[in-house]
Design a protein around this ligand. Structure first.
Ligand code: IPE
Ligand code: IPE
Ligand code: MG
Ligand code: MG
Ligand code: MG
Length: 297
């Protein structure tokens, strides 16, 4: 489990995250890749992190009535994609950050070439790991398509966030929402759909879980933006206080801290509403969403 997290913030994530970290380490050890690549990926992948996306895959599978272990392959695949996105997000050509998950970023530790290549490898390995799931072939295809579409959306979001290119007629608020839904929301939404597919959930249950993921995804990035202006780098384990200077479109920057907090609360409620038709099996998802609304790192 991420040693950066405190017990109050990690109640639901704690046991799921431990299960995921063990599975990630085992899968990485079994990968037949260049030793330097394995070392680099291990440095970034096994360095902690909240494991939110893979936890969502497992907990959505469980909410749809399956054993959470059935979804471990796709869950680990999604954490690979997320970690690849972080390694590249931190590169000098992108956000140029030196601290991640409480330690030097991969390019600072091992050089830019290694960081670029480790990201490339994690991206491709993810599509291999995603197929490691015991569901009918049609469901495996849906999982892979979901992963591919969400990863592409995330990269589009990184383009909007880092380079720009959104239509000039949009307001800052509209642009911000597109960025939140793509760069961050896409992977959280996909996590929920992938969990549902792993559980062979009925279409209605899948739709409820996806709506939960959409609300949570938008909420998650608003909280991330709030942490950038309210927390220290030491506390969150990555640089803070940078978004405004870097000219980023962020929630506190566009609508202010107070309205951002209101948006978090509105989205937290929307996530709960989405789960309303589901039973007690969805309780861990309810708690997880509450925890992510008040997280401080
Ligand atoms: C950070 O994600 C990047 C965003 C999309 C905001 P997390 O806050 O989930 O990072 P880790 O995995 O816990 O390090
Ligand atoms: C990054 O958003 C989202 C990704 C796709 C990696 P940020 O740039 O705000 O994430 P942090 O704050 O560096 O973790
Ligand atoms: Mg960024
Ligand atoms: Mg960044
Ligand atoms: Mg950020």
């Amino acid at each position: 489990m991420n040693d950066l997290m405190t017990s109050t913030e990690s109640r639901v994530l704690a046991d799921v995250a431990a299960q995921i970290s063990t599975a990630l380490a085992r899968r990485l050890r079994r990968s037949d890749i260049a030793p330097l690549l394995e070392e680099a990926i291990s440095y970034s992948l096994l360095s902690g992190g909240k494991r939110l996306r893979p936890a969502l895959v497992l907990l959505c599978a469980e909410a749809a009535g399956a054993d959470r272990a059935v979804a471990l392959g796709p869950a680990c695949a999604l954490e690979l994609i997320h970690t690849f996105s972080l390694v590249h997000d931190d590169l000098p050509a992108m956000d140029d950050d030196a601290l991640r998950r409480g330690r030097p970023t991969l390019h600072v530790q091992a050089g830019e070439a290694t960081a670029v290549l480790a990201g490339d490898a994690m991206l491709s390995m993810a599509f291999h790991w995603a197929t490691d799931v015991s569901v009918p072939a049609g469901a495996v295809v849906r999982i892979v398509r979901e992963l591919a579409a969400a990863t592409t959306d995330m990269i589009s979001g990184q383009v909007y966030d880092t380079i720009g290119g959104l239509p000039a007629e949009l307001t800052d608020e509209q642009r911000l929402q597109i960025i939140q839904r793509t760069k961050t929301g896409a992977l959280l939404r996909a996590a929920c759909r992938m969990g549902a597919i792993c559980a062979e959930a009925d279409p209605l249950a899948e739709q409820h879980l996806v709506e939960y993921g959409e609300a949570l995804g938008e909420m998650f990035q608003i909280v991330d933006d709030l942490l950038d202006v309210t927390q220290t780098a030491e506390h969150v384990g990555k640089a803070t206080g940078k978004d405004l200077d870097a000219g980023k479109l962020t929630s506190p920057g566009v609508i202010g801290i107070e309205r951002s907090r209101e948006a978090v609360e509105r989205l937290r409620r929307r996530a709960h509403e989405a789960l309303a038709p589901l039973g007690a099996e969805a309780d861990p998802l309810r708690s997880l969403c509450d925890e992510m609304a008040v997280r401080t790192r």
